[in-house]
Ligand binder design. Structure first.
Ligand code: AP5
Length: 217
C-alpha cells in the first residue's frame, strides 16, 4: 500500500508511521527525519535546510521533492510505503503524482484532523532520543526513567522547532500551505479522515480498520 499521512505538526503522523511501518512491513519515509539527519551530519542538504527548519518554514519544494523521488526509486518501496510529512504543498503533491505516473499512484491519503490545543500540548511535551530518534511525550508517552530513552539509554532532548514561537509559526505555515492538500486529495478521491485527537492505540485501530476495509496490504 502506498499512503500519505497528512495533518498538522503534532497530529501524531510520525508516531503512527512507526507502528504502521512495523505492522505492515513498509518503509516509513519522513522528510522531517531525512532533513534532520542531514542537519546533524552537516551535509550540504542539511546546511541549506537548517535555516528554514529553525524558523518553522517549509524547505523549498524543489529540494524536498527531489529527495523523495530519489528515495522512492529504492527497491524497498516496491510493495508500498508510508509518506510522513510529504507532500506538504500542492506543488509537491502535483510533482509527486507526475513522478509516480497513473499506474503506480497513491492508494490513500489519510488526514489526521487534530485540534490546535492538542497539537500544541503534544509538541511542547515531545522529547526525542538524541541517538535513535525515538519520540516520547512527557505526559502521554513518558520514558520509564526521566529524560532517558527506554530503547537505547541515551538522553532525550526537545526539538529546537518545538519551542513555543516556532510551533505557532509551524501551525500557521501548515494552515496556509499544507491544508489545501485536503481538498486536493478529496478531489482525487483518495482522502480518508480520522481524528488525530485519539490516543495512540485507538488511532492505530481506526487506521487498521480503514486499510482493511479498503483492502490495502
Ligand atoms: P516534520 O518533522 O515533518 O514535522 P511536522 O510535520 O511538523 O510533524 P511533527 O513531527 O511535529 O508531528 P507529527 O504529526 O509527526 O507528530 P508526532 O508523532 O511526532 O518537519 C519538520 C520541518 O522539516 C518542517 O517544519 C519543515 O521545515 C521541514 N520539512 C519536512 N518536510 C517538509 C516538506 N515536505 N516540505 C518542506 N519542508 C519540510 O507526535 C508529536 C508528540 O505527540 C510526540 O511527543 C508523541 O509522543 C505525542 N503523540 C503522538 N501521537 C499521540 C497520540 N495519539 N496521543 C497522545 N500523544 C501522542
Amino acid at each position: 500500500m502506498k499512503i500519505v499521512l497528512l495533518g498538522p505538526p503534532g497530529a501524531g503522523k510520525g508516531t503512527q508511521s512507526v507502528v504502521l511501518s512495523r505492522e505492515y512491513r513498509l518503509p516509513h519515509i519522513s522528510t522531517g527525519d531525512i532533513l534532520r539527519e542531514s542537519v546533524k551530519k552537516s551535509l550540504p542538504l542539511g546546511l541549506k535546510a537548517k535555516s528554514y527548519m529553525d524558523k518553522g518554514e517549509l524547505v523549498p519544494d524543489e529540494i524536498v521533492t527531489g529527495i523523495v523521488i530519489e528515495r522512492l526509486k529504492n527497491p524497498d518501496t516496491k510493495k508500498g510505503y508510508i509518506l510522513d510529512g510529504f507532500p506538504r504543498t500542492v506543488k509537491q503533491a502535483v510533482d509527486l503524482d507526475e513522478a509516480l505516473g497513473k499506474t503506480s499512484g497513491l492508494d490513500m491519503a489519510v488526514y489526521f484532523d487534530t485540534s490546535e490545543k492538542v497539537a500544541i500540548e503534544r509538541l511542547s511535551g515531545r522529547r526525542v532520543c538524541k541517538a535513535c530518534g525515538f519520540n516520547y511525550h512527557v505526559k502521554n508517552i513518558p520514558p520509564k526513567k526521566a529524560d532517558t530513552c527506554d530503547k537505547c539509554g541515551n538522553p532525550l532532548f526537545q526539538r529546537p522547532d518545538d519551542k513555543e514561537a516556532t510551533v505557532i509559526n509551524r501551525l500557521k505555515v501548515y494552515a496556509d500551505q499544507t491544508k489545501p492538500l485536503i481538498e486536493y486529495y478529496k478531489k482525487s478521491g483518495i482522502l480518508k479522515e480520522v481524528s488525530g485527537d485519539l490516543g495512540v492505540d485507538e488511532l492505530f485501530k481506526v487506521l487498521s480498520k480503514i486499510f482493511r476495509d479498503a483492502n490495502l496490504k
